[in-house]
Design a protein around this ligand. Structure first.
Ligand SMILES: Cc1ncc(C[n+]2csc(CCOP(=O)(O)OP(=O)(O)O)c2C)c(N)n1
Ligand SMILES: [Mg+2]
Length: 795
């Protein structure tokens, strides 16, 4: 048990532990051999390529040792989120010192030999990355791309009432938009139900080559800013280790007592309030305890210590001497025993077992993952007596299903829906029958479904939504992010980082257990942004996603409500994936009964027999489609072809799982050549009507036998505020132009079908005149149904 006031002896031990962590951090950046400095340092002991970041490490180490003390003193359940993830040497050093590192990487033993391996592997071929990564025990934040730590921390804290997430924010990182928005997460954290985030702003004054803004505003301006964000800042400032240890220990005691008091008021007294949660501003020199000066230039306390303060150690004896003095200043001989193991009185300072931040199961969320209870999709399916005759709003149907996912998992508290203000707009409002929007800020009469206990997370910051969801998933829970299709691009880069994390975690880090997939529902999509216009029209997120490792990405384009239901069910059951689902919210014709939807979702791609006329299996043309609006236009074109060219044999292929188009060698869902050829033929024209940018379809299929006959239509950046059908016309995916394309591309038609071609041209002309005069689509477009031309034959 530690006394309330830390004794000088305890602080001295903590200082020694801090020195050990600093020593290990410098050792990782520089040393290949001679890990305990038991012989004079020679150039060959030093790595040939010096990579890594020193500047942030001493501050991170300082915080880690102090948080360890708080964990032990108060038996805290705490994880550590490292915003300046480039400071990996610090986290690796601390997890090594506490023993968790060796438990995950048994070759890196706690002796001189292990120490040498630890140093050598850092930023070394075949070793570990220079940033905190999936390989780093205790980490849920990559930190290579700055800005996401605070949102991740809050995501981890939601529904984890006993967890404290200590989140170090770089003062440079704090300049990013993503981080700036994430401060507001405290208005969504319920003190009774959720855990706690302890933000620690690491004000070391510098970024790579510049000062930081927050370090160069007046202290009261900074304090006001943080108070304005709703926090109670505690400042710990200085450079003299002894006084800093005391100040930090006392500050943490105070901070923990504030947190405990907030919890008591919320959890014991039942008080409803928004705590002004404590946070810490740690003001230290950048590269604290590092070389004061190198080559006559001030280094400690400047941006020069950001990465490797001494760059020429192998060639410049002066640099070598500075490095030796620097390493020796931590007095390794007083820290490690003869075998190279940390002295027992220092090792004692680390928490035990799962309380060690490198071993906390929350940071390896798959260990805690519980399956969602999912309702049967049968209970939500829409009745589709014949294809193309009834209407439904796909996302509204999904909303009812999600409502019951939410309801069934209420007690488990492990499912949330995230989105920037669009849950209702994307027609998922059924969720509000069982929960509300999380909201701890003020509420006034007339507010709609705002409650501190809500489980729908809405903030107009896609970055924050994404960061929250990532943090939530990485700590072993489930969720869904619904967004306008065009604006999901705002998180392109965050998606990148998460996809990379999943890739590495699932293939290279055996101890990382699978986590629930990150599910995107992209609605309000390109084809139905006729009212919002050009700015809201962009289906390119799919292209972006398709760049990532096949093992971790899936893209689904369910054409109607039942297929959306089946897809959603599949996504919520999946693990370690990013699932992108694009689905419209407008009333649209329905094609698939639930049974058909299950068949086609299982297959991911298939021939719609009832729409096809190639009864002998030898079509004249393959009409392929992916996405709800392109599917509608394709089927409307097929019905026109039946009317005008009844002898033409048409095969309709619908694609729900876009990755089926890839060869099976390229993607786990890819079709074999034989399967692809049997669907698309080896020699017949294929007209592919696609939801997004057409090049992606070419990219996915360029190796297919019949690729030279593949003609793709998709969004061409033609758009404005116009009618829904005009959007299709402007981008050449409409039924009339499809028919014309068939006439042009099926060799047997040619001039024989010239009148059909002309009729279609006239229709386009009618369309243009009609919409300009009436402001809406022609009745024959608005009221079109498949069944007007065909009864439903068997599939
Ligand atoms: C989004 C993003 N932009 C740029 C960078 C390049 N970069 C790496 S470290 C760094 C400076 C970080 O400064 P700070 O957050 O203050 O961390 P410190 O090292 O001072 O603790 C920058 C700009 C990055 N990693 N991520
Ligand atoms: Mg900084």
């Amino acid at each position: 048990m530690i006394n309330s006031q830390p004794s000088q002896e305890e602080l001295d031990l903590m200082d020694a532990y801090w020195r050990a962590a600093n020593y290990l951090s410098v050792g990782q950046v520089y040393l290949l051999a001679n890990p305990l400095l038991r012989e004079p340092l020679r150039p060959e002991h030093v790595k040939p390529r010096l990579l890594g970041h020193w500047g942030t490490a001493p501050g991170l180490n300082f915080l880690y040792v102090h948080l360890n003390r708080a964990i032990r003193k108060y038996d805290l359940n705490m994880i550590f989120v490292t915003g300046p993830g480039h400071g990996a040497p610090a986290i690796v050093a601390n997890t090594y010192l506490e023993g968790s590192y060796t438990e995950f990487f048994s070759a890196v033993t706690q002796d001189a030999e292990g120490l040498q391996k630890l140093f050598r592997q850092f930023s070394f071929p075949g070793g570990i990355p220079s940033h905190t990564a999936p390989e780093t025990p205790g980490s849920i934040n990559e930190g290579g791309e700055l800005g996401y730590s605070l949102a991740h921390a809050y995501g981890a804290a939601f529904d984890n009432p006993n967890l404290i997430v200590a989140c170090v924010i770089g003062d440079g990182e704090a300049e990013t938009g993503a981080l700036a928005a994430a401060w507001h997460s405290n208005k969504f954290l319920n003190p009774a139900r959720d855990g706690t985030v302890l933000p620690i702003l690491h004000l070391n004054g510098y970024k790579i080559a510049n000062p930081t803004l927050l370090a160069r505003i007046e202290p009261d301006e900074l304090s006001s800013l943080l108070r304005g964000y709703g926090y109670t800042p505690h400042f710990v400032e200085g450079s003299e280790p002894a006084s800093m240890h005391r100040a930090m220990a006392e500050t943490l005691d105070k901070v923990i007592s504030e947190i405990v008091e907030f919890h008591r008021r919320a959890r014991v007294e039942g008080e409803s309030f928004r705590p002004r949660w404590p946070m810490i501003v740690l003001i230290t020199p950048k590269g604290w305890t590092g070389p004061k000066e190198v080559d006559g230039l001030k280094t400690e306390g400047t941006w020069r210590s950001h990465q490797v303060p001494l760059a020429k150690v192998r060639t410049d004896p002066e640099h070598l001497a500075i490095l030796e003095r620097w390493l020796s200043s931590y007095r390794p001989g007083e820290l490690f025993d003869d075998s190279g193991k940390l002295l027992p009185e220092l090792a004692e300072l680390a928490p035990k077992g799962d309380r060690r931040m490198g071993a906390n199961p929350h940071a390896n969320g798959g260990c805690l993952l519980k399956e969602l209870k999912l309702p049967r999709v049968q209970e939500y399916s829409v009745d589709v007596p014949t294809p193309g005759t009834t209407h439904a709003e796909a996302t509204r149907v999904l909303g009812a299903y999600l409502r019951d996912v939410m309801r069934l998992n209420t007690d488990a508290r492990n499912f949330r829906v995230f989105g920037p203000d669009e849950t209702a707009s994307n027609r998922l409002s059924a969720l509000f029958e069982v929960t509300d929007r999380a909201w701890d800020a003020q509420r006034v009469e007339g507010d709609d479904h705002l409650d501190p206990d809500g489980r729908v997370m809405e903030i107009l910051s896609e970055h924050t939504c994404q960061g929250w969801l990532e943090g939530y998933l990485l700590t072993g829970r489930h969720g869904l992010f619904s967004s306008y299709e065009a604006f999901i691009h705002i998180v392109d880069s965050m998606f990148n980082q998460h996809a990379k994390w999943l890739d590495v975690a699932s293939t290279e880090v055996p101890w990382r257990r699978p986590i629930a997939s990150l599910n995107y529902l992209l609605s309000s999509h390109v084809w139905r942004q006729d009212h919002n216009g050009f700015s809201h029209q962009d289906p390119g997120f799919i292209d972006h996603v398709a760049n990532k490792k096949a093992e971790v990405i899936r893209v689904y384009l369910p054409p109607d409500a039942n297929s959306l239901l089946v897809t959603a069910d599949r996504c919520l059951r999946s693990r370690n994936l990013v699932n992108v689902v694009v689905a419209g919210k407008q009333p649209e014709l329905q094609w698939l009964s639930l049974k058909d939807a299950i068949h086609f979702c299982d297959a991911g791609i298939g021939i719609w027999g009832w729409a096809s006329s190639d009864h002998d299996g030898d079509p004249d043309v393959v009409m392929a489609c992916a996405g709800d609006v392109p599917t509608l236009e394709t089927l409307a074109a097929v019905s026109l072809l039946r009317e005008h060219l009844p002898e033409l044999k048409v095969r309709v292929v619908n694609v729900i799982d876009l990755m089926r188009l890839q060869p099976k060698e390229e993607h786990p869902h890819g079709l074999s050549s034989a399967a692809f050829d049997s669907l698309f033929t080896t020699n017949k024209p294929i007209l592919f009507n696609y939801h997004g940018y057409s090049w992606l379809i070419h990219r996915l299929t360029y190796r297919r036998t019949n690729h030279s006959n593949l003609h793709v239509r998709g969004y061409k950046e033609e758009g404005t505020t116009t009618t829904p059908f005009d959007m299709a016309v402007l981008n050449n995916i409409d039924r009339f132009q499809l028919v014309m394309d068939v006439v042009d591309r099926v060799p047997t038609l040619g001039s024989r079908a010239a009148t059909v071609r002309q009729a279609m041209q006239h229709k386009l002309s009618d369309h243009r005149h009609y919409i300009v005069e009436h402001g809406e689509d022609m009745p024959e477009i608005r009221n079109w149904k498949w069944a007007t031309t065909e009864q439903r034959p068997k599939c």
